[in-house]
Design a protein around this ligand. Sequence first.
Ligand SMILES: Cc1cc2nc3c(=O)[nH]c(=O)nc-3n(C[C@H](O)[C@H](O)[C@H](O)COP(=O)(O)OP(=O)(O)OC[C@H]3O[C@@H](n4cnc5c(N)ncnc54)[C@H](O)[C@@H]3O)c2cc1C
Length: 388
Amino acid sequence: MTMRYLLTETQNQIRESARRIADEKVKPVRAEYDEKGIFPWDIIKHLSDANLYGSYIPKEYGGLGEGIFSAALITEQLGRACGGIALAYSANAFATTPIILFGSDEQKNKYLPEIASGKKIAAFAITEKQAGSDVSAIKSTAIQDGDHYVLNGVKQWIINAGEAEVYVVVFITDVERKARSATAFIVDKDTPGFTFGPKDNKMGIRASTTRSLIFQDCRIHQDQMLGKVGQGFRVAMKAFDFASRPGMSAQALGIAQGALDEAVAYAQQRIQFAQKISSFQAIQIMLADMAAQIEASRLLLYHLCRLIDGGEQNVTKLASMCKVLCSDIAMKATTDAVQIFGGYGYMKEFPVEKMMRDAKVTQIYDGTNQIQRLVIATEMTKEFARQK
Ligand SMILES: Cc1cc2nc3c(=O)[nH]c(=O)nc-3n(C[C@H](O)[C@H](O)[C@H](O)COP(=O)(O)OP(=O)(O)OC[C@H]3O[C@@H](n4cnc5c(N)ncnc54)[C@H](O)[C@@H]3O)c2cc1C
């Protein structure tokens, strides 16, 4: 056990290995990958070679069995260097967690070892054109035909789409019962009738890929169903609480820390009025606020991860709080970092403009921060009712 955030020896090693990869492999390529929208296959290989890629996957399926905390530590470190590359890694844990939680033994044996080794990556899809915050409005269908299901519809803005081999996708199985029939399926990339839209051209996180998933009379065996008919939203909500909200929080936290590191270093060397700008109180206050808010976010994230890995089932409120706090702070810290850099912060030679672009989406996806606040309020109301 180390004193630093009370990480175990293994967690500390995981953090340090990820930090090395971020500093030595990610930082040199981040500007180019952002500019050209290059998917970071080489970084995934480095993570696999360091035995980090499947750290959260149980040992019996080839992972380290180190839980979601390990994935958060890795994502945070990658995020310090590049939010897009951190997301390409982290979205994989978001998509794999439903298989860990709801998969049959056959599904776990089929998918988890190859994901743990980095041979395959995964993606999770629920969003459609008309169904963003209101996921209950999904229309894509999986209609039973004997021992198969026939998939039709389009999912949009799916992280890792086109690069991933394994897709966890939520469909409705009954157009009359609509959302009540929502059901998750695992779809393999090479299934006939399953194709992709063009790569989306995004403001930030450009080293991660998003595309549409297009299903046209795509037939899959019923064994590909994940969980049971009608459990689709339960699968999705567990994936949000136990993997994606911690993951997106870690990504946002990493971006914020990266911006603070850059701002502190720059403030020490930029001279105006014959002084380092770090000697001006206006700059010191911005740096102090960033540091305090980042520290508070980190402690909440680590607490959430410890609860999840310790088996706590109801983490919905905390996961939403964490996502709101980390992403709002990422946006504020990156905006302040650009301010501290002045005009240089607005230029692409310095990494802070990219950090600011990368931070914005963390307030939008995985449930917008407005929706997260509604979730927090709803959970508080439920707690209040239980206490009465
Ligand atoms: C880069 C990127 C990657 C993504 N990756 C994935 C992925 O891998 N898989 C996936 O399934 N989805 C993914 N998404 C979708 C993402 O989760 C949605 O964009 C998000 O949930 C918001 O939906 P929307 O964009 O349709 O916004 P809308 O729901 O249309 O919201 C528009 C605005 O209205 C507000 N609003 C909506 N409803 C309410 C309400 N009830 N109360 C108050 N305010 C409200 C929102 O907060 C927002 O400000 C991704 C999105 C992006 C941009």
